[in-house]
Design a protein around this ligand. Structure first.
Ligand code: ADP
Ligand code: ASP
Ligand code: MG
Length: 409
């Protein structure tokens, strides 16, 4: 029988009545002749609550116990979903990550799926069980410990199952009815896209559009999973993430993404010598700081300023790593400035490969609104800028307008 993966996010399983509505959708697909793997998130807000409990119990918490606690949200919804389906007369059972098993690396809190054991679930399907409900976001390490895949990780569970079980499609049911040109919570003229290329979605996700976890798009692209994002509340078509050849629309810029909580760190007056970048960014990487943009300023008298951006939450870790490197004599600087009131805004589009002047248009649109740009980075299909956080909404709206994203291409 053809297989389908259906993933329901937190708001789609937020309470028992929503679980019932989601289960009704699953039953429809079963009746249409599919064997279904349902991947569930924790109820909306649950994971945040669990993370809070861990932090309130222990400041320097054991990451293995963090995972043991936060993985529990999905365990509850998986069981409830299986129970609801059984009530509806659908033969279903639940699976926790370790039971499948979903084998992952040991990077607790940010583990990567290495392998999904398909035998047990496939055997159940062969016996006539029509639905396997899988707890998203979790797996098991080689050390036999529960792991989690990073926030938003149930998307990745869903895509990984779609690849492992050769599913016809992977449907991501959520609280928006598709992928928009930007977050509809910020720009009410954001437009729903019928289709988006894997590469564009990958950039949008990694630049902050949390509608899909970045890793899930990476996997979908690698294994050619047909990935669809759609509403769990309304019956209407969603957005298909697919190869660029399958897309007719040709806009230069497809979307605007943003990251609200960024920080701009500047090392003032560092000795400018071969190996200095490695001496700075090595310890930051070792400390798990996700450095994004990097700018080395003009050097004077053999010294230079080095600026980089990272998430605000990682500033204390970055500071500690740099201070240790200084104390140990690996680097030498005169000051460390942290601007924690910045945000990153990015435009993304595969059309940028073949069009000149896109970045200039972006800078002009921001200048016209009086938004000062602090740092710029570009790559083949995106341009990102760091700006004051208070201008974030204004900047997103100005760019959406400048590139006429509210109009179909
Ligand atoms: P779920 O709990 O179902 O996984 P998420 O909250 O993780 O849902 O993701 C859905 C949210 O992503 C939407 O409510 C929306 O605010 C946000 N979002 C950000 N960027 C976009 C975008 N470009 N298109 C659609 N939604 C977006
Ligand atoms: N419940 C997890 C989170 O909130 C995983 C997910 O919903 O995708 O991050
Ligand atoms: Mg999500």
């Amino acid at each position: 029988m053809p297989r389908l993966v259906m993933k329901f996010g937190g708001t789609s399983v937020a309470d028992l009545s929503r679980i019932e509505a989601a289960a009704a959708r699953v039953r429809r697909e079963v009746e249409a002749g599919h064997d279904v793997i349902v991947v569930v998130s924790a109820m909306a807000g649950k994971t945040n609550e669990l993370v809070g409990w861990v932090r309130d119990t222990s400041v320097l918490y054991d990451a293995r116990e963090y995972d043991a606690v936060v993985a529990s949200g999905e365990v509850v919804t998986a069981g409830l979903m299986a129970l609801r389906l059984q009530q509806m007369g659908v033969d279903a059972r639940s699976w926790q990550g370790w039971q499948v098993p979903v084998r992952t690396t040991s990077a607790h809190g940010a583990a990567r799926i290495e392998e999904i054991g398909t035998e047990a679930i496939a055997a159940r399907f062969a016996q006539g069980v029509r639905v396997a409900v899988v707890a998203g976001f979790q797996g098991i390490s080689a050390e036999n410990r529960v792991t989690t895949l990073g926030r938003g990780g149930s998307d990745t569970t869903a895509v990984a199952f779609a690849a492992a079980f050769d599913a016809e499609r992977c449907d991501i049911y959520t609280d928006v009815d598709g992928i928009y040109t930007t977050d509809p919570r910020i720009e009410d003229r954001a437009r729903k896209l019928d289709r988006i290329a894997y590469e564009e979605m990958l950039e949008l996700a990694s630049l902050g559009a949390k509608v899909l976890q970045t890793r899930s798009v990476e996997l979908a692209m690698r294994y050619k999973v047909r990935l669809q994002v759609l509403s769990s509340f309304e019956d209407k078509p969603g957005t298909l993430v697919c190869d660029e050849e399958e897309i007719m629309e040709s806009k230069v810029v497809s979307g605007v993404a943003f990251q609200r909580d960024e920080a701009k760190m500047t090392l003032i007056s560092v000795a400018d010598r071969p190996g200095i970048a490695a001496a700075i960014f090595g310890p930051l990487a070792d400390a798990g700081v996700n450095v994004d943009m990097i700018v080395q300023n003009i050097s004077e008298d053999g010294r230079t300023d080095m600026t980089f951006s990272c998430p605000v939450a990682e500033v204390p870790r970055a500071r500690a790593a740099l201070e240790t490197a200084m104390a140990e004599g690996h680097i030498n600087y005169h000051g460390l400035d942290a601007d924690t009131d910045v945000a990153k805004v990015s435009i993304v589009g595969i059309g940028m490969r073949s069009h000149a002047g896109v970045a200039q248009k972006m800078f002009r649109a921001l200048a016209d609104e009086g938004v000062n740009i602090k740092v710029i980075t570009t790559s083949e299909i995106k341009t990102s800028v760091l700006i004051d956080r208070k201008y974030l909404e204004l900047a997103v709206q100005a760019l959406h307008d400048a590139f006429e994203l509210d109009k179909a291409g």
